[in-house]
Design a binder for this molecule. Structure first.
Ligand code: ADP
Ligand code: MG
Length: 606
């Protein structure tokens, strides 16, 4: 051990992990039992505080000064999953937060470690998911004189979080942990950051001076709806000729599925899930109008917006994608969101679940229900649905090689368990897959989300697989990746192997970003001049054998060009339950989406 201005810097060779861990456990055990004053250091105070605030999972990468921190976490009974890149760790921690409703922790080293988390923090903040990032930082007495990995970490985090702080002393760690967990979870969820200088982590204080029992307030009850606004919402909705319910990921996060299923079932109002709102009401419901999305948005005269923002994903709620005089009933836990982009007809500050429960009663009292067989709104939507389904079916049944996206997803969908968690990222892969890979359970779809972040897939899949292991044994995670998307965090396959997580990674490989080129064309293009000037920015290497990454672990992956090969590979992968699988599917580099009535990204009007 090197003593440096009071800081303990361990050399790797000096670390005896097993001994260190058991001494952590011993010191906590003794102090609990004998109830006598003993020294406890910052690492253990942090670990105990997190445990007592209900944190369950930590994803991270260790290094100076947080190796002992991670071991203290394990000794305190937290689950620690070591990842290969802080970004992926941060994605995993926020996904577990979304799945469990309790913030996951991302643990990182100082400087670059924390900076690698920033993209993940922004992603969580923009998706409104609870996350607590904790990073070690350089010893306080090295600050300002060029300390190792010295960086302004609290300042760097502030823009990407609801709360960012450095506990001023070891004794105050429990207070800041309580606050960080509470702020990350409360109201509209988001990010909290705690900065832990090496000097704080190793500082020893008398245990009886540390308020380890610092109160855990438990979940704070969210806002209930004003009954007058429920009345108004019921009134507006029951007068609508062409009503539409939009179900967002706030409804999924708010566990409002039972109430929303009842609302849809009772009223027969068509509903449209946002990408991660999928599964709150099963996608297979006949009342789901995803296959007539454009028409539904365009012609609805009244929209009940449940836990979704009118941002780019919903075309700002504006013309030309919505009727210019559409009435929006907006329900959100965050009142700051009201009247953003358009003026809502009714704005209800409420947790989705009690609002929808109250609305169901009100509409039942009014005996409000559409008749899909005779209703003209349903007829319009039904005609459109039929046309779209016919197009998709024709594509999906076209098995010619190289395959198109639709045929690939049909073969995958037919062979995976229907209650699987679907993780997806990519451009066409994610967009086309969304329509064909169905969700029949809430919180079972994780994708690039509101921020459109690439690289989230493997981290999300690891979190989902941990959640399945602990909360839904036997359930599977299917991670559907474009070849470009997979490249961002593909090395997390090692993490999946280490923790024996049976994630099925499906790579839809078109040799590029959006579109690629076939082998011959790529050779021709690259021989045409300076390689850096003539290689198309969207191109990736052709026919890359990503599945051979399995060989790094003495295993074999699946390489597919045909529907039959996909079906056989998915069946085999589903049978494997103790390690990940990779199914690498070559498709036509020119395969595309169905032509759209509108550009997917609404044109700017400036
Ligand atoms: P989507 O991507 O599905 O459109 P967004 O992320 O845009 O969804 O919006 C989710 C919204 O849900 C946010 O505005 C957030 O404040 C809100 N929200 C989160 N939890 C709840 C809840 N329990 N009740 C009501 N609204 C919620
Ligand atoms: Mg691609």
């Amino acid at each position: 051990m090197v003593e440096s201005r009071g800081v303990h810097i361990y050399k790797h060779s000096e670390l005896d992990f097993a001994n260190l861990r058991s001494s952590f456990r011993r010191s906590i055990h003794i102090s609990n039992n004998l109830n006598q004053a003993m020294g406890i250091d910052g690492n253990n105070i942090l670990a105990e505080s997190l445990k007592r605030q209900g944190v369950e999972y930590v994803f991270g990468i260790v290094g100076i000064p947080v190796i002992e921190t991670a071991m203290a976490f394990q000794a305190a009974g937290l689950k620690y999953i070591g990842m290969r890149n802080e970004q992926a760790a941060c994605y995993a921690a926020q996904a577990i937060g979304y799945l469990t409703g309790k913030p996951g922790v991302c643990l990182a080293v100082s400087g670059p470690g924390l900076l690698h988390c920033i993209g993940g923090m922004a992603n969580a903040q923009i998706n409104c998911w609870p996350l607590l990032v904790i990073a070690g930082s350089c010893p306080e007495d090295h600050e300002g004189i060029g300390g190792f990995q010295e960086w302004l970490q609290v300042e760097s985090s502030r823009m990407y979080s609801k709360y960012a702080a450095r506990p001023p002393s070891a004794r105050l760690i429990p207070l800041h942990v309580e606050k960080a967990v509470r702020v990350a979870s409360a109201g509209r969820p988001g990010v909290a950051y705690l900065d832990m200088p090496a000097t704080l982590l190793t500082a020893e204080v008398d245990e009886d001076k540390v308020p380890l029992e610092y109160h855990n307030p438990g979940p704070v009850r969210l806002a209930y709806p004003d009954p007058a606004l429920v009345d108004k919402a019921a009134e507006v909705l029951s007068k609508a000729e062409r009503p539409l319910i939009i179900v967002g990921k706030g409804a999924a996060y708010g566990h409002a599925e039972d109430a929303i299923c009842k609302l849809v079932e009772n009223t027969k109002i068509p509903f449209l899930p946002t990408p991660m709102g999928k599964g709150v009401v099963p996608d297979a419901s006949p009342l789901c109008v995803s296959t007539a999305r454009t028409q539904a948005l365009l012609q609805a005269d009244t929209v009940l917006l449940l836990g979704a923002r009118l941002n780019w994903m919903l075309h700002f709620g504006q013309a030309p994608r919505f009727a210019p005089d559409v009435k929006v009933i907006q329900v959100d836990i965050s009142p700051e969101e009201f009247h953003n982009s358009i003026k809502s007809e009714v704005a209800v500050h409420s947790d989705i679940k009690p609002f929808v429960e109250a609305l169901v009663d009100k509409l039942a009292a009014k005996k409000f229900s559409l008749q899909p067989n005779t209703n003209s709104w349903w007829k319009t939507l039904g005609d459109k649905q039929k046309k779209n389904v016919e197009f998709v079916e024709a594509q999906a049944n076209d098995k010619s090689v190289p395959l198109n996206y639709y045929a690939v997803f049909k073969a995958v969908q037919a062979n995976i368990p229907k209650d699987s968690v679907i993780v997806s990222e990519g451009a066409n892969t994610m967009d086309i897959g969304r329509g064909i890979l169905l969700n029949n359970k809430p919180r079972h779809r994780l994708d690039a989300g509101t921020f459109g972040t690439m690289g989230v897939g493997p981290g999300f899949a690891i979190a989902a697989a941990m959640w399945c292991r602990d909360y839904a044994p036997g359930k599977r995670v299917i991670c559907v990746e474009g070849d470009s998307a997979f490249g961002f965090s593909g090395m997390e396959i090692e993490t999946m192997f280490r923790y024996k997580l049976p994630v099925i990674i499906v790579i839809v490989n078109n040799n590029g970003i959006y579109n690629g080129f076939d082998k011959q064309m790529m050779q021709d293009i690259q021989s045409g001049g300076d390689i850096a000037q003539c290689t198309p920015p969207t191109a990736l290497s052709t026919e890359v054998r990503y599945e051979k990454m399995m060989e790094m672990f003495g295993d074999t992956g699946h390489f597919c060009r045909t529907v039959e090969e996909i079906e056989a590979a998915v069946k085999k992968a589903v049978a494997v339950t103790d390690r990940p699988s990779i199914i690498n599917i070559l498709i036509s580099p020119q395969s595309n989406r169905k032509p759209q009535a509108f550009n997917w990204l609404t044109e700017s009007k400036l």
